[in-house]
Write a protein that binds this ligand. Sequence first.
Ligand code: BES
Ligand code: MN
Ligand code: ZN
Length: 482
Amino acid sequence: MKIAIKATRETDCTCDVLILPFIEEGTNPYRRLKPSLSRLVAKVWNHEFSGKKQEVLLVPAPEDIRPRRILFLGLGKKEALSPEQVRQAGGKALAYLRDLGMRKPAFSTILVTALKQSPADFVEGALLGLYQYEKYRSEKSGKKIAAFTIIARPSRKLTQDIRRVETLAAAVAFARDLVNAPANEMTPTGLARAATSLKRKTLSVKVLGNKEMEKLGMGAYLAISYGSAEPPKFIVLEYRGSRKPPVVLIGKSITFDSGGLSLKPSDNMEKMKYDMAGGAAVLGVMKAAAEMKLPVHLVGLLPATENLPGGCATRPGDVVRSLSGKTVEIVNTDAEGRLALADALAYAKRFNPAAIIDIATLTGACAITFGGEAMAMMGNDRSLLDAFRTAGEKTYERVWEMPLLEEYKEYLKSDIADMRNVGTRIGSLMASAYFLYEFAGQTPWVHLDIAGTAWVEKDRPYLPKGASGIGVRLIYAILDPL
Ligand code: BES
Ligand code: MN
Ligand code: ZN
């Protein structure tokens, strides 16, 4: 889809539908446009259409203006207006028009600008909301928005902001595609291929295979892979936009989580293809950072493997030695994510990182606690945690901090090894993070549990059902704060 900023008058715009946003009540924001249009607005607004958020009404345009249709679009109450409301309106409007077969909408920025909101947020919502995953459908919908016009005076700021949201939306779509792909396509090898596709001058990609990992001693992560015929792949990306010590991003990349011998129930097991959503988010961030040429040094680590109960599978009770040297009793093979992350955290230390961020669909408890509304966050560095809090509010990829109390250490005591990989069900959201903390040590570190937010059960304004791509916009906002 092509996006253009044009300084035309609304009534002269070449488009098949003109989008006019409204708040509830107030004065007609379009009274300075042609009388015929202003009259139409007066007739419709506060009659058939009131401007409630997410309200849409498509009507034929007056004869004497260029656009053939007008979309009345509600933004809700003026007091409640926020970047997120604008984003949601963009998501709703464009998906709605697309589904009706429109191809060339134009958006009037008169109102959002007057209300000190950014048109770029509208574009961001639109792009995120237009996402579709049709790869395996023989009959594609065929409905596509071909061109989208933003009616505004072009400025450097607006052009840059739109370029940023376009890059981010593409990175989110990239992540969503990886997560929506079935696990027979998105194997560890498939994920490594996707990562390799991001290679460019400033972004290197290296993939470690079984032999190298055994030699390094990644016993915790490798233990997950024994039950699967698919070879594990440890994917290492590096983007050098600065010479400073890097921020290391670690993404859980279990391409399918059956639970292993601690087998999951079959209900909903098909969803466990999304257990690599953390890894997908990391790839999305690396892609966006490289495309935007951010002045940051980033390392991405994706310990990819399947978790299956094959003949060589790890048994409950097995003890492994992790890369850090700590031994772990694997009491439950379904608590596999933390094993992979433990070795990735230890590997991260080689880069002498300024900070480590891990993102993972780690616990069912996280989904039960927050539903799809927020991700759980834990960490050891107040200023980094606060930065995430702020970025979460800005991007609406909201985070909520849970406590990392030292007493949780007790939950993970093993009778025969340094630690066990699970406690009991009690406090499991925090205990899982505490397990990671043992490997993160003193490096500033934040852990994000996206088990509840990585998959969308029901369409939302700019989050179509399926993979959300969550984490990309959030982590990007930390690296490139506005
Ligand atoms: N990948 C799952 C967590 C998960 C559950 C993500 C539901 C998304 C939706 C993880 O590997 C897992 O199985 N965790 C277990 C840990 C338990 C055995 C301590 C859980 O949370 O049930
Ligand atoms: Mn599991
Ligand atoms: Zn898992």
